[in-house]
Design a protein around this ligand. Structure first.
Ligand code: ADP
Ligand code: MG
Length: 328
């Protein structure tokens, strides 16, 4: 069973950044107003995510770290065959199977906080102990892959792992402007983002996170057609620093990665910029939810558009119009 949870964890826990993403998403789900992410040594030594959300009741703590699905799988082959079915409710359990995880939480109405540290073998015997925490939830992850050298081998240098963490952090920080975020690495504050309640404050957050990649200033986009809306910010035309990691796209405010979408943006830049193959952008596409299938993969942010040609052309034309307005 431990083998199975470790393999299952491979789907959710690729590297430190995937842990940060899962924990931050849990904080968002818990209605947090602030999320603090504290990283040591690229996440290899420690990942800490704390929030001020609704917390978890004492009696629910063991459940939160337990695997929900009862596994009927007895071989590696069979497991791989069903891997795409998803691992809902298994993020904390998966992380706990490949690292040392401590979950501390104080439910809204509770008079104190409690903590659990799920052990390797005996999940059911976890002792729930009183802990100190003012509010919300705090998840600490140490010794990632310490007991799985084959997986540890695939991790990169701390600086590289941290750049993946930063990307995951940015991606979620740009999905919810109403929430405050803090990111620290080895004791240094990397980002502090106050909740943003108007367009100026939102643009400030965007420029703070990826400003340098936009050129002089970010070009605002806001276009609507055929029941779709594209809004956000894109790089100034003529700005030609071709970083491939400054693209953020969202569908209905969910972070996505999509070739169709990305191609639409790049095509709009093609005739304007010769050497900028990777224009920076932060773009939000709002469409009828029935037009998208977001369940293509449980951990990866892939989507399928029902009418991908329509989406592609809408993105292409909208970005093109915003660029033309700047040129004029
Ligand atoms: P999932 O998010 O798919 O339910 P997880 O393993 O990520 O699965 O989390 C298990 C459960 O633990 C959640 O459903 C939630 O009830 C609880 N939980 C996890 N993180 C938090 C948090 N930061 N605040 C409140 N509850 C949390
Ligand atoms: Mg989760």
């Amino acid at each position: 069973d431990q083998l199975i949870s470790q393999i299952a964890a491979g789907e959710v826990v690729e590297r430190p950044a995937s842990i940060v993403k899962e924990l931050m998403e849990n904080s968002l789900d818990a209605g947090a107003g602030w999320i603090n992410v504290d990283i040591e040594h690229g996440g290899l030594r420690r990942i800490l995510v704390a929030d001020d959300g609704r917390g978890i009741d004492r009696d629910e703590l063991p459940l939160a770290v337990a695997r929900h699905a009862t596994s009927k799988i007895d071989s590696l082959d069979a497991l791989e065959a069903v891997a795409s079915l998803g691992f809902r409710g298994e993020a904390l359990a998966s992380i706990a199977s490949v690292a040392q995880l401590t979950l501390t939480s104080r439910a809204l109405e509770a008079d104190r906080a409690y903590a659990v540290t799920p052990g390797e073998q005996q999940l059911q015997n976890d002792t729930i102990r009183p802990a100190a925490l003012d509010r919300g939830t705090r998840v600490e992850v140490r010794e990632l892959f310490a007991r799985i050298p084959a997986r540890r081998k695939f991790l990169r240098a701390p600086a590289t792992e941290f750049s993946h963490i930063r990307k995951a952090f940015n991606q979620l920080a740009l999905s919810r402007f109403d929430i405050g975020f803090v990111l620290r690495h080895d004791g240094t504050e990397v980002s502090r983002l106050a909740p943003a309640d108007d367009l100026d404050a939102m643009q400030t957050r965007v420029e703070k996170l990826i400003g340098g990649a936009f050129g002089d200033h970010a070009v605002a986009v806001d276009e609507q057609a055929a029941g779709m809306r594209l809004s956000g910010w894109i790089a100034t035309p003529g700005f030609s620093r071709g970083q491939a990691d400054r693209q953020y796209s969202y569908v209905n405010h969910r972070p996505i990665r999509d070739k169709v979408f990305n191609h639409g943006v790049r095509l709009a830049y093609r005739d304007l910029l010769h050497n900028q193959r990777h224009p920076a952008y932060v773009l939000y596409l709002d469409v009828d939810p029935r037009q998208v299938d977001v369940n293509a993969h449980p951990a990866k942010a892939e989507v399928r558009f029902r009418e991908s040609r329509l989406v592609h052309d809408f993105v292409f034309r909208s970005v093109g119009r915003a660029l033309a307005a700047v040129e004029a």
